[in-house]
Design a protein around this ligand. Structure first.
Ligand code: B1M
Length: 216
């Protein structure tokens, strides 16, 4: 059993790392049907594979097309895992508007946060990537959201988070919505500096923090 577990996780890790988008759906499904825990697939195969492709990119051993293929493979796997995260929730825990800030196209981590939040019963309005501040503001108003989630992966775009928070102030909605920030370059001190309500470093913590912020 231990070997099966290790091989299964290692196969998925290699499949995402090598961007084998044709194989990833069937492999993920067969692991899920073989009683692998969805969280195990995320924590022990998908996230480490993205970490490794990033490290290879940084050291010149992988290139943007490789990162794109790995990203696509991760997305396909995540789509299959999503329904397994918590299929029985019917009552909404709260409403979340979320997106990756303007200028930033990274969405894997943000989509993982979305999947975990949906699994925990949150109703999530996912605005996608490269989202300008007025779009965030309008969505919070339109959906009467409890939480606004902002993601950024680049040091050049993380400053856009403060722009969004300022836009919420100007629109008079800042006190009505809790603002959570996250993404690889974001830290607790940066979050405090820009006036966000919370920073979390991973998707699991994001769910716990979101619940705490709205008293659930
Ligand atoms: Co880009 N990229 N990329 N990239 N990319 C990074 C981020 C980088 C660190 C790579 C490197 O150099 N080592 C580097 C940033 C350097 C910096 O700013 N300091 C970088 C760069 C430079 C770039 C380009 C500029 C490259 C170029 O064109 N020369 C370019 C920018 C494009 C743009 O956005 N305008 C670019 C492009 C791309 C691709 C399009 C090829 C692709 C993205 C595909 C996609 O997302 N659909 C890509 C990828 C895949 C990466 C790496 C390899 C992987 C990112 C990822 O998905 N990680 C990344 C290197 C790395 O991170 N090791 C890199 C896995 C994911 C699960 O983790 O996103 O951190 P993460 O999310 C975590 C937490 O951060 C947290 O929870 C998640 C799950 O645990 N979290 C939140 C995230 N959002 C949250 C929100 C929350 C709470 C928690 O609340 C709201």
């Amino acid at each position: 059993m231990k070997e099966l577990l290790e091989n299964g996780l290692s196969n998925l890790y290699q499949t995402v790392l090598n961007g084998k988008i044709k194989d990833v759906k069937d492999l993920t499904l067969s692991l899920l049907e073989g009683n692998f825990e969805p969280q195990q697939l995320i924590d022990n195969a998908l996230i480490p594979a993205m970490g490794e492709i990033g490290a290879r990119f940084e050291s010149g051993k992988a290139f943007i097309p490789n990162m794109l293929l790995s990203a696509k493979a991760m997305k396909i796997a995540l789509e299959e895992i999503k329904p397994y995260l918590n299929p029985e929730k019917t009552v909404s825990t709260g409403k979340v508007v979320i997106g990756t800030v303007k200028g930033d196209l990274h969405d894997i981590g943000k989509n993982l946060v979305v999947a975990m939040m949906e699994g925990a019963g949150f109703e999530v309005i996912n605005l996608g990537v490269d989202v300008p501040e007025d779009k965030f503001v309008n969505a919070v108003i339109e959906h009467n959201a409890d939480i606004l989630g902002l993601s950024a992966l680049l040091t050049t775009t993380m400053t856009q988070m403060e722009t969004v928070i300022n836009a919420c102030e100007r629109a008079g909605i800042r006190k009505k919505v809790k603002i959570m920030v996250g993404g690889a370059p974001i830290s607790e001190s940066f979050s405090k500096k820009i006036g966000a309500d919370a920073f979390t470093g991973n998707a699991n913590a994001a769910v716990l923090t979101a619940k705490r912020l709205i008293g659930k």
